[in-house]
Design a protein around this ligand. Structure first.
Ligand code: URA
Length: 222
């Protein structure tokens, strides 16, 4: 089943507004994407299981608290290159995560098909071993048509069956959500999309409207 969580924390919405602003410089954009990843990471931990633990304080008193049960069973997969700054933020929260990368590119030269999908070219895949106890976090800031995430999901699922899949983006469209849902249902996954906003439209070039432009170009300076 696919759940969708739009993270409306004020801090996240303030950072998203900065990212949408076409007048910020490359370095400000990149730093804001790192901040967004970290802030979204905080919110995402709400969906991790906690377990009760007892600790003794320096006063020699025992007290009950909590810790994350499966923090060492997280794998972050970054979609290169746009996902890199968000991962930099997320890794501050998921500090024990193993990491993988998938280099994926929409083949924009061929144009968008009538059904608003793109061919996706995968040029590099490097994933750690993923067990069926792991939670896999796939990071791609712009979930526009869903074409890239679908391909990445299929690569992950061709080698493993993680316990949970989290897809993390800055902005998602209903089209992308529906297309990810198809794969999630086909494979009977427990999956959640976390996004800071849902924007309704994709233009004729496959860009999200209002969106924030090309996340890779803006973060890396093109
Ligand atoms: N990728 C981007 O970087 N931006 C979009 O709007 C869509 C895909």
């Amino acid at each position: 089943m696919l759940k969708v969580r739009v993270l409306d924390h004020p801090y996240i919405q303030v950072v998203l507004t900065t990212l949408r602003d076409k007048n910020i410089r490359q370095i400000e954009f990149r730093k804001a994407m790192v901040r967004l990843g970290r802030a979204m990471g905080f919110e995402i931990t709400r969906d991790l299981e906690l377990e009760r633990v007892e600790v003794e304080t320096p006063l020699g008193v025992k007290t009950e608290g909590v810790r994350f049960k499966d923090m060492d069973k997280v794998v972050i997969i970054t979609v290169l290159r746009a996902g890199m700054p968000m991962t930099e933020g997320l890794i501050k929260i998921f500090y024990n995560a193993r990491q993988g990368v998938v280099s994926a590119r929409r083949v924009e030269e061929k144009g968008m098909r009538a059904d608003k999908t793109f061919d996706v070219e995968i040029t590099y895949v490097r994933l750690p071993k993923i067990s069926n106890e792991d939670t896999v976090i796939i990071v791609d800031p712009m979930l526009a048509t869903g074409s890239t995430i679908r391909e990445v999901l299929k690569i992950v699922l061709s080698k493993s069956r993680p316990r949970k899949v989290f897809v993390v983006g800055a902005i998602a469209t209903p089209l992308a959500i529906d297309r990810v849902r198809e794969v999630v249902e086909e494979y009977n996954l427990d999956a959640t999309i976390y996004t800071a906003a849902v924007d309704l439209t994709v233009n004729e070039k496959g860009y999200i409207v209002p969106g924030l432009g090309d996340a890779g170009d803006r973060a890396f300076g093109e």
